[in-house]
Design a binder for this molecule. Structure first.
Ligand code: AMP
Length: 214
């Protein structure tokens, strides 16, 4: 099963991808997570990507295409995978198509998670992450028992630099400009399915499972 999760920042792609990993045992490939890890480790890739990420801009297509090409070769991708946050531009989608055809593969479904803009801003500004274990929280929708402290490991919670309000507005503008055209792109391929992205996490997950099990 090879899936693409498409949708604006804050649509819940990461949350739903983690549930898909649990249920279907295929890996989540998030270019955002891979880049954040590189930034944390101070690698040359991380240093190059950080400036773009802090402003809410996209890193260059060449960087993320390289990351994805390498990652798709790994053994755990044999049974399938969930692409989360990639592709994000038409050239990235073209490059993905090329890489997949070289590997004799194709994408089974592109799930487009649909959420209104004002809801996205509310979701993104409240997002918090544990510095130690990476667990995700939300100050309104999934608050930790003690403010600023992870329920699971007692680590400190922080707000991603790119979840600050100004950067969020830019990320949404970048999405509308560069990523939204992929909806038409995949519609033409016949692989796109809209998923209503509001409601409870499990409710949305149910909608996704209904589509991929069809
Ligand atoms: P995300 O966690 O998916 O929201 O990604 C965080 C940031 O990483 C984005 O705002 C971009 O700066 C960068 N990024 C992640 N995936 C991509 C991609 N496919 N193309 C370009 N930049 C990306």
């Amino acid at each position: 099963m090879r899936l693409i999760l498409l949708g604006p920042p804050g649509a819940g792609k990461g949350t739903q991808a983690k549930k898909l990993v649990e249920k279907y045992g295929i890996p989540q490939i998030s270019t955002g997570d891979i880049l954040r890890e590189a930034v944390k480790n101070g690698t040359p890739l991380g240093k190059e990507a950080k400036a773009y990420m802090d402003k809410g801009e996209l890193v260059t297509d060449a960087i993320v295409v390289g990351i994805i090409r390498d990652r798709l070769q790994e053994k755990d991708c044999e049974k399938g995978y969930i692409l989360d946050g990639f592709p994000r531009t038409v050239p990235q989608a073209d490059e993905l198509k090329k890489a997949l055809s070289e590997m004799g593969q194709s994408i089974d479904s592109v799930l487009s998670i649909v959420v209104a803009n004002d809801e996205l801003i509310k979701r993104l500004t409240g997002r918090r992450t544990c510095k130690e274990c990476g667990a995700g929280y939300h100050i309104m929708f999934k608050a930790p028992k003690t403010e600023g402290v992870c329920d699971k490991c007692q680590g400190p919670l922080f707000q991603r630099d790119d979840d600050k309000e100004e950067t969020i507005k830019n990320r949404l503008a970048v999405y509308n400009d560069q990523t939204e055209p992929l909806i038409e792109y995949y519609k033409k391929d016949g692989a796109l399915v809209d998923i209503e992205g509001t409601g409870g996490i499990d409710e949305i997950f149910g909608r996704i499972c209904a589509v991929i099990e069809k």
